[in-house]
Design a protein around this ligand. Structure first.
Ligand SMILES: Nc1nc2c(c(=O)[nH]1)N[C@H]1C(S)=C(S)[C@@H](COP(=O)(O)OP(=O)(O)OC[C@H]3O[C@@H](n4cnc5c(=O)[nH]c(N)nc54)[C@H](O)[C@@H]3O)O[C@H]1N2
Ligand SMILES: Nc1nc2c(c(=O)[nH]1)N[C@H]1C(S)=C(S)[C@@H](COP(=O)(O)OP(=O)(O)OC[C@H]3O[C@@H](n4cnc5c(=O)[nH]c(N)nc54)[C@H](O)[C@@H]3O)O[C@H]1N2
Ligand code: SF4
Ligand SMILES: [Mo]
Length: 705
């Protein structure tokens, strides 16, 4: 029996793995506080990928003569990779090699990958798929609060608030065990508000549901602040004592009267007023409220401004730092949070230090045992790096660790062209993902239950995944692979492949930084069900308790105050037009995870294939029928998939899940100027039936959820 955590999302639900004979079984771990024994169906079926026949168990090398991948030994594969990386570096300089990481990697692996890039390869070109996940919230959090930690309080605090506003989160499908906090809040008499263009299973649990046009959450927040101010509900004392810049923000929302907001967002003035009243409270009582954003609000070319606008609202109401109140971002991948804290992001070094800060460089270089001057500067963001592959000055080789970019990158056809222009593509994965299938060298590595390492969940809680079984024969431990590769490309310093040792080194590298892990070790994590960062090293022999809640007295900004930012609504990069009259948005369904590389291979999970969700009114207008092929076209590509006619989506919007190939042929690669987040959540599209086939009633509501 091993107590560990789920391989998938940022809830990192605790689970027990029990071995019986040759099988590994998932059982509850009721004492782990985040999920109290509950799991979603992806968690219950997580062992389905172990020993799966599609699991990669030998390195593969593309044969020059046949163009096919063939089995190779580890030495052959790693020597080949190292030789070609060295040659490219000599010919084109260190930035000719790019590294693309993933938020599914443990902290130890993410840290080692960052060190591989900066120390062994000397390249500035490293970023990760978390850039596509919560970077807009990260950028806004840093600017407003001086720190980026998904939730600044434990998830269970939701139950103790009065009003929770979920902006662009479909929690009931993306983190099902977390939805019980909403239910318990309501049982206590609290109120749940959901803002989503689709009436999702999460919205079904809401007391108030707002259904805006995709890409208009920023205007909604401006309108709410306008109303909160008009009602006289701004917490003037808090604003004066704990924030900067509020007066400019107050003036900037003066013109966002409800009718204007309704015109832009499609949200009726009554609903807007109802939400403003909820947040303002009555009888002089200020309700505790939480504003939580997720990808629906964040994956936009104005994603970081949108989050700043909701933070302004939270600050005006005096929420951040108050018990059971505040702003938070619901992160996404298992280790989306820790993945950037320890050096996979183009501009960051371990401990959430910035790579262009001389003191940060000195500190980390000393831990690594290399001169600070040898560390590269900031590199390109995830999409910008992909966009530059094979171009003059762009990377000519790419190492992909734990991301299926061929499916999950925006404007995927263009990305496929860029990948094809590379001299060398190396993919480390568990399975033959769509990206691995394009690689010149594929490296089969350990997955979750086969290795030990820490993850940082959506609350900033550092948890420990324990090894429960040996990996299949032929598969190598990923930390070992990174260390081996570092040695083969001539790293000036050795890399450890022992997870506890790497974690201790990571702790030293993070010491004194914003995300300080120096006081955390495996034993403590086991004993305390996780430790919240920052957790500095013991002082005067006393260990630091960790920090479940941030901002109670001060914000980690130079003057200790939070910063309000004036932000303007510009709207989505692509607006509907006669040729592309509807909004396309993309997202998730409960039973599949991300690019689907893992979950599509789990037999006990339904694999329904890509579909297009649209409203009966739109279906009637275009002549679409439930279950029949519908073609969605954008300026970048087209996709034909069965229509799902449902009444829960806005009539001017269609939704396509991205777990299967296709959605991202359509999406827009417009980037947020601050976070470099692509606009996954909205672009302009047209829809048309493929051919008039068998007729069914457009009123049919698609398959039950
Ligand atoms: N089942 C499942 N769970 C997952 C994942 C998964 O792949 N599958 N992935 C994990 C990861 S990495 C992440 S990042 C999280 C994501 O978790 P969520 O953010 O909850 O997931 P999404 O489905 O991407 O988007 C949430 C909602 O945003 C809505 N939306 C679309 N456009 C807009 C808009 O303009 N404004 C607003 N307000 N809403 C909009 C969509 O209709 C959707 O219901 O889930 C994690 N959990
Ligand atoms: N249209 C659209 N596109 C999106 C989004 C959206 O909402 N809409 N959401 C975006 C978001 S939020 C995210 S997070 C990204 C995610 O997109 P991806 O990065 O593609 O996510 P995964 O499918 O989780 O890919 C992880 C890959 O790594 C492998 N893997 C798992 N664990 C390990 C490991 O420990 N080591 C190694 N080497 N490999 C491992 C898996 O088998 C899989 O192939 O997609 C983004 N793309
Ligand atoms: S909610 Fe997330 S962490 Fe929990 S079981 Fe499901 S996928 Fe795993
Ligand atoms: Mo994500």
């Amino acid at each position: 029996m091993t107590q560990t955590h789920c391989p998938y999302c940022s809830l990192q639900c605790g689970m027990t793995l029990a071995r019986s004979g040759r099988t590994l079984q998932v059982q509850p771990w009721p004492e782990f506080p985040v999920n109290e024994g509950a799991l979603c169906r992806k968690g219950w079926t997580a062992t389905g990928l172990r020993g799966h026949r599609e699991r990669l168990t030998t390195p593969l090398v593309r044969d020059r003569a046949t163009g096919e991948l063939r089995a190779a030994g580890w030495d052959e594969a790693l020597d080949l990779v190292a030789q070609r990386l060295i040659a490219l570096r000599e010919q084109h300089g260190p930035d000719a090699v790019g590294v693309f990481g993933g938020g599914g990697l443990t902290n130890e692996k993410a840290y080692s990958l960052g060190k591989l890039a900066r120390v062994a390869l000397g390249t500035s070109q490293i970023d990760y798929n978390g850039r596509w996940c919560m970077s807009s919230a990260a950028s806004a959090g840093n600017r407003a609060f001086g720190v980026d930690r998904g939730l600044p309080f434990p998830l269970a605090d939701i139950e103790q608030t009065d009003v929770v506003v979920l902006v662009g989160s479909n929690l009931a499908e993306t983190m099902p065990p977390a939805a019980r906090h909403l239910d318990r809040l309501r049982e206590r008499g609290g109120t749940v508000v959901v803002v989503d263009p689709r009436r999702t299973p999460t919205a079904e649990r809401a007391d108030l549901f707002l259904q805006p046009v995709p890409g208009t959450d920023l205007a909604l927040a401006l309108g709410l602040l306008h109303l909160v101010d008009a009602i006289g509900a701004v917490d003037e004392e808090y604003v004066a004592a704990r924030t900067n810049g509020f007066e400019q923000v107050r003036r900037s929302v003066a013109a966002w009267w409800p009718e204007r907001v309704e015109r832009v967002t499609g949200v009726a003035t009554d609903e807007l007023r109802a939400l403003a009243r909820l947040l303002a409270g009555s009888d002089g009582r200020r309700p505790r409220a939480m504003v939580l954003t997720a990808r629906g609000a964040e994956q936009h070319s104005q994603g970081s401004d949108t989050v700043l606008a909701w933070i302004n609202l939270a600050l005006a109401l005096g929420l951040p730092g108050r018990p059971f109140a505040g702003y938070g971002c619901l992160t996404g991948q298992g280790n989306g949070q820790g993945g950037r804290e320890h050096g996979q992001k183009a501009d960051q070094l371990p401990g959430y230090r910035m790579i262009d800060d001389p003191a940060a460089r000195d500190h980390v270089a000393a831990v690594w045992g290399v001169p600070a001057a040898s560390l590269p500067g900031p590199g390109r963001s995830a999409y910008e790096m992909l966009d530059a592959l094979g171009t003059d000055g762009g990377p000519r080789a790419l190492l992909v660790f734990a991301s299926n970019i061929a499916v999950s990158a925006p404007n995927a056809t263009h990305v496929a062209d860029r990948l094809a222009a590379l001299d060398l593509l190396v993919v480390a994965d568990l399975v033959m993902s769509e990206t691995a299938a394009l690689a010149d060298v594929v490296l089969p590595v350990t997955q979750w239950a086969e290795e030990t390492g820490t993850m940082t969940n959506l609350e900033g809680r550092v948890i420990l995944r324990e090894r429960a079984v040996a990996p299949p024969e032929g598969v190598r431990d990923e930390l070992e692979v990174i260390a081996d590769l570092a040695a083969r490309v001539g790293s000036p310093v050795p890399f450890s492949a022992d997870p506890a040792e790497v974690f201790a080194e990571l702790g030293r590298a993070s010491a004194g930084g914003p995300a300080d892990y120096a006081g955390i070790d495996y034993e403590r994590i086991r004993a305390e069900h996780g430790v919240f960062w920052p957790c500095p090293a013991p002082l005067d022999g006393r260990s630091h308790p960790g920090t479940p809640r941030l901002f109670a007295d001060t914000f980690p900004t130079p003057d200790g105050r939070a910063r309000c930012h004036v932000v303007e609504h510009r709207g989505a990069a692509e607006q509907p037009c006669p040729e592309f009259p509807v909004h396309l948005t993309t997202g998730r369904v409960l039973a599949q995870y991300q690019s689907g590389a893992q979950t599509r291979r789990v037999r006990d999970l339904p694999d329904e294939g890509v579909f297009v969700e649209l409203h009966p009114m739109l279906a009637t207008r275009v002549g679409a029928y439930d279950g029949e092929p519908l073609t969605v076209t954008t300026r970048r590509g087209t996709l034909t998939a069965p229509a799902r006619v449902v009444d829960w989506i806005r009539p001017d919007t269609v939704f396509v899940p991205f777990h299967w190939v296709g959605a991202n042929r359509l999406t827009n690669d417009a980037l947020d100027p601050a976070s470099r987040m692509p606009e996954f959540k909205v672009c302009a599209a047209s829809v048309a039936p493929l051919a008039a086939g068998r007729r069914r009633s457009p009123e049919t509501v698609g398959a039950a959820r």
